[in-house]
Design a protein around this ligand. Structure first.
Ligand code: NAD
Length: 395
């Protein structure tokens, strides 16, 4: 994406540890931009707790914030807290839906020096593409006892084979919409990424054997994209990959193979055969779980970056949440949000700035200077606060 030479980049620090890691990431990313002859004008915008403080109790996501991201096209965001069970709907989901940021992209690669199950880049270098606007995360659900639930109650009870004793109990209901458009554009993004980055394989991860008309359709629509929109020698659709071993599939030389895996088994493969996977594409819920699990393989949420992409728009944000227990203590690891900034730099073509940040982070960690989350698994490491770590990366 083309941006002005000295772009204005909106930044939401976020809730909880966002207040610690947001400013630290800004410091590192600004320093790298300056060191490569560029300049960022950060524009502080608000969401969540800070928005409520500034705009009043009822405002979680001010229009100014959404408009700033819409206008400037790239933005950086820290985590936002979502109450469980009741209260307002997820602001993260609202932002992704309002701005139609349909692909949540999370690379999982080994960083030198990080204490993790993976010990080299060859063992794991995976990128997950998670559909970001649909599925059970669309937030279409009804509380037990509401009129909407009562209207479908008989149908649900019959279909689930409830017996008499269960009839009077409360039921909560949610809807899982998966569209052809949403599935196809996500899979297209994943395939285009694989082609551009010389990757061998795109794996569609779904539970279509159980959820036939939602996740099953996702995989069929995804295979259609692979089969109909690209020549076979560029992209090869392998819809029988669930039942055949890879050696039995005849893939044209140099083509990206599009295969499929069931989501539950995939969680196992992600622990056992990390080197076999490349680019993964999946519906929203699977993507949320699988990308966290992938993050654990390379050192945990403190270093796992991500970004949300729409058409000509990027909102970079770490995989992790607001970790309330660590909030405001200058302890949390700012690497995840900083490396999310690297994805944003890649997107605007600042390759040398992106590389500099990655190198500086890697050098700092491999010298044993780390935050608490990595220190506890490393011998002879020096435990730094968030701000000390940011200073170290900058220097
Ligand atoms: P979390 O990611 O906030 O934290 C889980 C644990 O991971 C923490 O207790 C901590 O031990 C560790 N951790 C996470 N980030 C870290 C960092 N940068 N440095 C060091 N350790 C880190 O997940 P949670 O506890 O399930 O969720 C807390 C809140 O965050 C919830 O309100 C949830 O809705 C929200 N959340 C927001 C986002 C988002 O904004 N995109 C994503 C996930 C969760």
């Amino acid at each position: 994406l083309d941006v002005p030479e000295n772009p204005i980049i909106p930044v939401i620090h976020g809730d909880g540890i966002g207040k610690d890691v947001g400013p630290a990431a800004q410091q590192i990313l600004s320093a790298a931009a300056r060191a490569t002859g560029r300049d960022i004008s950060w524009m502080r915008v608000y969401a969540g707790e800070t928005a409520r403080e500034k705009y009043g109790e009822d405002t979680n996501l001010p229009d100014e914030t959404v408009e700033a991201i819409r206008e400037h096209r790239v933005a950086l965001k820290g985590p936002l807290t979502t109450p469980v069970g009741a209260g307002f709907r997820s602001l993260n989901v609202a932002l992704r839906q309002t701005l139609d940021l349909y692909a949540n992209v999370r690379p999982t690669y080994y960083l030198d020096g990080v204490p993790s199950p993976m010990k080299s880049p060859e063992e794991m270098d995976m990128v997950t593409f998670r559909e970001n606007t649909e599925d059970v995360y669309a937030g279409i659900e009804w509380e037990a006892g509401t009129d909407e639930v009562e209207q479908v109650r008989d149908f649900v009870e019959q279909d689930m084979g409830f017996d008499e004793t269960m009839h009077d109990g409360p039921i909560g209901i949610g809807i899982k919409p998966i569209t052809e458009k949403g599935s196809k554009r996500l899979v297209r993004e994943a395939i285009d990424y694989a082609i551009e980055h010389d990757r061998d394989k795109v794996t569609l991860v779904h539970k279509g054997n159980i959820m036939k008309f939602t996740e099953g359709q996702f995989s069929e629509w995804g295979m259609e994209v692979a089969d109909e929109e690209y020549p076979d020698d560029e992209v090869f659709a392998a819809p029988d990959s669930l039942w055949e071993t890879q050696e039995d599939i005849d893939i044209p030389e140099g083509a990206v193979m599009v295969e499929e895996r069931l989501a539950d088994a995939m969680l196992q493969w992600m622990q056992l055969r990390t080197d076999e996977f490349d680019v993964l594409a999946m519906p929203n819920l699977n993507g949320d779980y699988l990308s966290d699990a992938a993050g654990a393989q390379i050192g945990g949420l403190g270093i796992a970056p991500g970004a949300n992409f729409g058409d000509a728009r990027c909102l970079a944000e770490p995989v992790h949440g607001s970790a309330p227990k660590r909030a405001g203590q200058d302890q949390a690891n700012p690497t995840a949000i900083t490396l999310s900034g690297v994805l944003m730099f890649d997107y605007i073509g600042w390759d040398d700035t992106a590389q500099l940040v990655k190198d500086a982070v890697e050098e700092t960690i491999s010298s044993g200077k780390v935050t608490y989350d990595l220190e506890r698994n490393l011998e002879d490491a020096e435990k730094l606060s968030t701000t000390e770590y940011a200073d170290e990366v900058v220097s």
